[in-house]
Design a protein around this ligand. Structure first.
Ligand code: WTA
Length: 655
């Protein structure tokens, strides 16, 4: 049998009540029936779920309005609720001493637990401090923070007073931070003196200072102390977290928010060079995050939930903060990296905190697998029930290693497919119900009416054994509502390409068993270590260098990072192209404009790029050359100068 035909059944242990809590969904038939209800009768299905999983200060009257046709999706209308109340207060009232956050600090011996009642006090004090600095409902606060509990407190303090947060991953450069702060017109920035990661310091405050040189909208910066390093404080603008918070009361009433009031912005990369501020609203987003923690991770009270993402990405938003906390779970906040101080760090963390659900990216699994089994052996991983992956397809070798060495064949593996814009998982197995196939995201989650479309005609490809682009037919609660300040762009990017559908930008196959396999982006977005980047963004960073005339950035396959970045660069006339210093400078240029994680792996300094006579760049040809598929370049006679191709093939071969 071919690998993609083999189905791995749900591990028997998960269905044995003597060993595991009973899964919420226990069979494929039960999943099918629930999915059918969620599509045919969404008002009843999600109305009930929203009442069960969320607490409302005013009940909603209308479950659903609008949708994908006009880009006016709205859920749970007339209802009021507050995300921080849902994530903190109600659990602090019921279980004040329950641990909300396990902070696993960079140095393994410095971890710390925060209970729900402590979290409530911290959130209230920061919320009070933000208000005292003039932040009110509808304002936007930027968060540029390392992985410390105060980052989570910052999310929730904003939500408590109805301010939107716009978290910028602390690996972004000052310039990238500046662009995001400017676009969202943030009034306040929350940061730390420094960050710590893998034993190294990250200069968060310095980067903020640099970014804010040209951000007139920012009046206040609140600085949390992580390392105690001396950092310059700007009089009248910068204030210490500790001083600001200690003046504030430890209880502050949450602001009642309408279901469709925005909860946050999160900037992500698209096809153009301009990142877009994806906007999520309160009730629908919160429900999507909570429902998927419950069903996809089969979360049960008492579980210890550990998502290894950074809070700066959507995975951290939904699966470190909002999803687990809405359910009153204990969530692990991991400040370090999988290889610090040794490649056993993940496994030590699981054993130490008795983690039940563990969630990471295929790139981390591949990197750890390479370092050898000795690191994972000898740790007590018996607490684990569900292992998740996210961000990119998982290759079968990595899947088997995760399943055998980490899960010991006793855990469910959930390959969760979703996006910043979807808010929560949209195609994924359910631990107790869906037999898996390594590399397949499997089946649509509740409320997701999936479609595979012919990319050219836009016609829906019915039945099994079809490949096309992945789309969704109906709006679901946690779909992003707009792109901040540019609804037109929202419509153009997601809803107009195939009218009536939400377009994911990914290619996909539905195999003969009806399982969905994600084939990767069909646009100019590339995925490096699960980080989403646009080729146009990297190109515009390179072009800012004075020596560069023109550039083309391509995603190439990489064994560890999934994809990596190759950049073809044409220099301006008169600039010598033999200097290795120049390549280094160009890499630095990208690090400076975007951040270290966007650095090209290879730079080819070339004389010319393959273009049609009308001047259109033929990326397809560059992709083929990089992939070593020169013999299937297709028709190159339309090129203005077909001889360029030969030169490029040699260049790449000799690089
Ligand atoms: C890719 C991350 C295959 C996909 C949550 C998508 C995946 C993009 C998977 C979104 C998966 C995410 N299998 N591909 N399980 N999960 N992707 O917005 O190309 O950072 O469009 O959200 O990652 O990246 P984003």
């Amino acid at each position: 049998m071919a690998e993609e035909d083999i189905k791995y059944p749900v591990p028997a242990r998960l269905l044995d009540p003597a060993q595991c809590p009973e899964p919420y969904v226990k069979s494929y038939e039960q999943y099918k029936e629930m999915h059918r209800q969620s599509i045919q009768n969404p008002d009843e299905f999600f109305g009930k779920m929203a009442t069960e999983l969320l607490s409302w200060s005013k009940p909603f009257h209308t479950v659903r309005h609008g949708g994908l046709d006009h880009g006016d999706t709205a859920w749970f209308l007339d209802g009021q609720l507050n995300a921080s109340y849902n994530c903190v207060d109600r659990h602090a009232f019921a279980n004040p001493d329950k641990i909300a956050i396990i902070y696993e600090a960079d140095e393994p011996n410095q971890s710390e637990n925060i209970t729900y009642s402590e979290l409530l006090r911290k959130v209230c004090q920061l919320a009070g401090a933000l208000r005292a600095r003039g932040i009110k409902k509808g304002d936007t606060v930027a968060i540029y923070m390392p992985m410390i509990p105060e980052a989570v407190v910052s999310f929730l303090a904003c939500a408590r007073i109805g301010a939107l947060h716009s978290v910028v991953f602390a690996g972004f450069s000052a310039e990238a931070l500046r662009d995001r702060v400017q676009d969202a017109q943030c009034r306040l920035v929350i940061t730390s003196d420094q960050g710590k990661r893998g034993g190294k310091s990250i200069e968060t405050k310095k980067i903020v200072d640099e970014a804010l040189k040209t951000c007139p909208s920012v009046e206040t910066v609140i600085v949390c102390q992580r390392t105690g390093a001396e950092v310059p404080m700007k009089e009248g603008r910068d204030f210490w977290w500790g001083e600001e918070c200690s003046k504030r009361m430890t209880y502050l009433t949450p602001e009642p928010m309408h279901s469709e009031d925005p909860l946050f912005l999160l900037y992500t990369s698209g096809s153009t060079g301009q990142p877009k501020g994806v906007m999520h609203t309160t009730a629908g987003y919160l429900l999507g995050a909570a429902a998927t923690v419950k069903y996809v991770f089969d979360y049960h009270p008492g579980d210890i939930f550990a998502c290894m993402a950074d809070v700066g990405w959507i995975t951290g938003h939904s699966y470190i903060v909002y999803g687990p906390l809405t359910l009153g779970a204990t969530t692990v906040l991991f400040e370090s990296i999988p290889t610090y101080p040794t490649p056993a760090r993940y496994w030590e963390l699981i054993a130490k905190h008795k983690v039940t659900q563990f969630y990471t990216a295929p790139t981390a699994i591949r990197a750890l697998r390479r370092l050898g089994d000795q690191w994972v052996e000898g740790h007590d991983l018996s607490s684990l029930r569900v292992l998740g992956t996210v961000g990119e397809p998982i290759n079968p070798e990595a899947w088997h290693w995760y399943n055998d060495k980490v899960g010991k064949g006793r855990c469910a593996i959930v390959d969760t497919y979703w996006q910043t814009e979807t808010g929560s998982h949209i195609v994924t197995p359910l631990p107790g119900a869906i037999a898996t196939k390594p590399g397949a995201a499997t089946v649509p989650f509740f409320g997701i009416d999936i479609a595979i479309l012919d990319p050219v005609t836009g016609k829906e490809l019915e039945g099994n054994d079809v490949t096309g682009v992945l789309a969704v037919k109906k709006a679901w609660p946690s779909v992003a509502r707009t792109v901040y300040g540019n609804h037109h762009r929202y419509l153009e990017t997601y809803l107009k390409p195939y009218p009536g559908y939400y377009f994911t930008g990914d290619g996909a196959t539905r195999d003969k068993d009806g399982y969905i396999w994600i084939r990767g982006r069909v646009d100019d977005v590339i995925n490096v270590s699960g980080h989403r980047l646009s080729t146009a963004e990297i190109e515009s960073a390179l072009i800012m260098h004075q020596a560069v005339a023109e550039t083309a950035v391509i995603g190439a396959a990489d064994d560890v990072t999934g994809q990596c970045i190759h950049a073809f660069v044409c220099l301006k006339p008169g600039v010598s192209n033999h200097s290795t210093d120049l390549s280094r400078e160009l890499v630095l240029q990208v690090r400076k404009v975007i951040g270290p994680f966007a650095a090209p792996k290879k730079i080819y300094l070339v004389e010319d790029l393959p273009k049609t006579r009308s001047g259109k760049l033929m990326r397809r040809i560059l992709r083929k050359i990089i992939a070593g598929e020169e013999d299937s370049l297709g028709d190159i006679s339309t090129l203005a100068d077909p001889s360029v191709v030969e030169v490029l093939i040699n260049k790449v071969a000799n690089a």
